[in-house]
Design a protein around this ligand. Sequence first.
Ligand code: KIV
Length: 277
Amino acid sequence: MRVSIQKIQQYKDNGERFPVLTAYDYPTAKIIDEAEVPMILVGDSLGNVVLGYESTVFVTMSDMLHHTKAVVRGSKKALVLADMPFMSYQVNPSEALVNGSKFLQEAGAQAIKLEGGEEMAETVDTLVSRGIPVVGHIGFTPQSAYQIGQRVQGKTVEAALQLVKDAQAIADAGAFSIVLELIPTEVAQIITEKLPIPTIGIGAGPHCDSQVQVVSDMLGLFTDFVPKHAKQYTEISSVMRKGIENYVGDVKSGSFPSKVHGSNLSENVLNELKSHL
Ligand code: KIV
């Protein structure tokens, strides 16, 4: 049985913090699931950290469904949350419903996430009232980066108040959780205390009910840059580089493959084969 949205709510009700991590493929999802992370986000950050795009706006429904299926196959217990890509939900609530349902029905996710505040409340309501569990996402919303810039949001009184209104509107519309990305610690704390649903922070300070990290950042796999909000727990790219360099050296020197990596004919078969040549 996978973690339910009721279990996610229980974490908040019991004052228990919980970790969330992104995953984009089968083996990573398997490791995260085995580490008892209760929620795995198939983030459209895969556009940056897996596909090498400069923006998540290039990520398509087909990309997201493909990677979500792999994460679902790799995990047994975690709730799998899939990001709705750019323009798959912004046009109107009906389109959001058609696209959102694909994540549950075709890809096997249990919930979807979409970016936006008050302006997306009607869409959230449409999805939730038709049976699609939704997580909101406010603050820095990467799909709008061309418009809002790559920076902390909610730093003025007016902007912070708008974030509080946005969070409330998304919660009132029925979202079961909300991501707060790149907002001041104090604003995240106010929102976390006001909302009945769990907040999931990234670059939003320690007071959120949960924290999410992009797995490629925290493992040191994505090497283009390390975001300020990310903590590198290891530097897996160095381990990979070393392994690959060793392989290159072994192939060039002829020390790979060795006898144990191959198979041989029996002497009889070899002799008979030679007699036919
Ligand atoms: O796409 C993603 O990985 C996200 C997280 C940054 C929350 O939305």
